[in-house]
Design a protein around this ligand. Structure first.
Ligand code: FMN
Length: 320
């Protein structure tokens, strides 16, 4: 997610779940190939498994960008056919490509021929006045014919004229049954469902109903512990669950290294604000971090101070 799932966010999320697949922010093929912005590919090996998401619509340029992503070590290259922002429309990529399934299939084919890691697609169910019942299976048929084996479907249309990107994540209605029907039409296609999913219970229900994966965006960002701490045990069959307290402790050396390399505390802690959502002390945790992290000498001790608020509440609860 643009501006959210940067490398610091992903490092944090990886402390909460060892198995959930994490995605980069969208990086355009033009920035990588024509702009030479390969620094956008920097990440920590400990984030794995992590997928690089690319935006673009030029098959050769996307293929080159995919090669750069594979060389950087990303485990999957994902093509964005879902982003509705104006900037993206003007470059003719993102959700507007739902109207050009043959072009998307060519992009996919060029990318997959260029790399050996899997290339996947993230799409909507349609855009503007398309009928999703027709447009979505037609779109999927094109990419499947080009060799695509995995897709994530945001289960709502994008209305490209008139809605802001934010409105386009809430206003067009969700149509989960349509996405589930796609599994009947394309039984061999690995289909992940996305959009409005806010709990592991809901995720499990989709898996039980036959879908292959669940992609969670905003809730995983705002309340990462609720989604990720139990994901390994409940979804991936591991034996252990993690805690946000442990994740905070694991972030301390990462923060030290980031600061030593000239980074700022707030660049990391801004992704940690929601870690204790719903728990006693969460407000103090947020306040201490958001008020203190931007001070020039702020360091890991601020994070410890904020964590103490949570631990203090835990102690009081157990004592009471
Ligand atoms: C701030 C923000 C940035 C996003 N950036 C991207 C992006 O770069 N690529 C993408 O495929 N989707 C992006 N999305 C959309 C999400 O991936 C997801 O499809 C959408 O929020 C619906 O899922 P959710 O209800 O679980 O959040 C973004 C969403 C938000 C809130």
């Amino acid at each position: 997610m643009m501006d959210w799932t940067d490398r610091h966010c992903r490092y944090l999320h990886r402390q909460l779940s060892q198995h959930a697949l994490l995605y980069t922010e969208m990086v355009t093929s033009a920035a990588l190939v024509r702009g030479g912005a390969v620094h956008l590919l920097a990440y920590s090996q400990q984030e794995h498994p992590v997928a690089l998401q690319l935006g673009g619509s030029d098959p050769q340029e996307l293929a080159q960008a995919a090669i750069l992503g594979e060389q950087a070590g990303y485990r999957e290259i994902n093509l964005n056919v879902g982003c509705p922002s104006d900037r993206v429309q003007s470059g003719c990529f993102g959700a507007v490509l739902m109207q050009q399934p043959a072009l998307v299939a060519r992009c996919f084919g060029a990318m997959q021929s260029a790399v050996s890691v899997p290339v996947t697609v993230k799409c909507r169910i349609g855009v503007d006045d398309q009928d999703p019942e027709v447009a979505l299976p037609e779109f999927l048929a094109h990419i499947v014919a080009a060799g695509c084996e995995r897709v994530a479907i945001h289960a709502r249309k994008a209305w490209l004229a008139g809605l802001s990107p934010k409105e386009n994540r809430d206003i067009p209605p969700l149509d989960y049954p349509l996405v589930m029907r796609m599994k009947e039409y394309f039984p061999n296609l690995h289909i992940s469902i996305n959009g409005g999913i806010t709990s592991l219970d809901q995720a499990q229900a989709f898996l039980d109903a036959g879908l292959d994966g669940v992609m969670i965006g905003r809730t995983a960002y705002h309340n990462p512990a609720a989604i990720l701490c139990d994901a390994d045990r409940r979804i991936f069959g591991a034996h252990t669950a993690t805690t946000p307290q442990d994740a905070v402790l694991q972030m301390l050396p990462y923060i030290e290294a980031h600061l030593s390399a000239g980074g700022k505390l707030g660049q990391v802690t801004r992704h940690m604000l929601g870690l204790f959502t719903g728990r006693p002390g969460a407000r103090a945790w947020r306040r201490i971090l958001s008020e203190g992290a931007h001070k020039p000498d702020a360091g890991p001790e601020l994070v410890r101070e904020a964590l103490d608020q949570i631990l203090q509440h835990d102690l009081e609860r157990h004592a009471g």
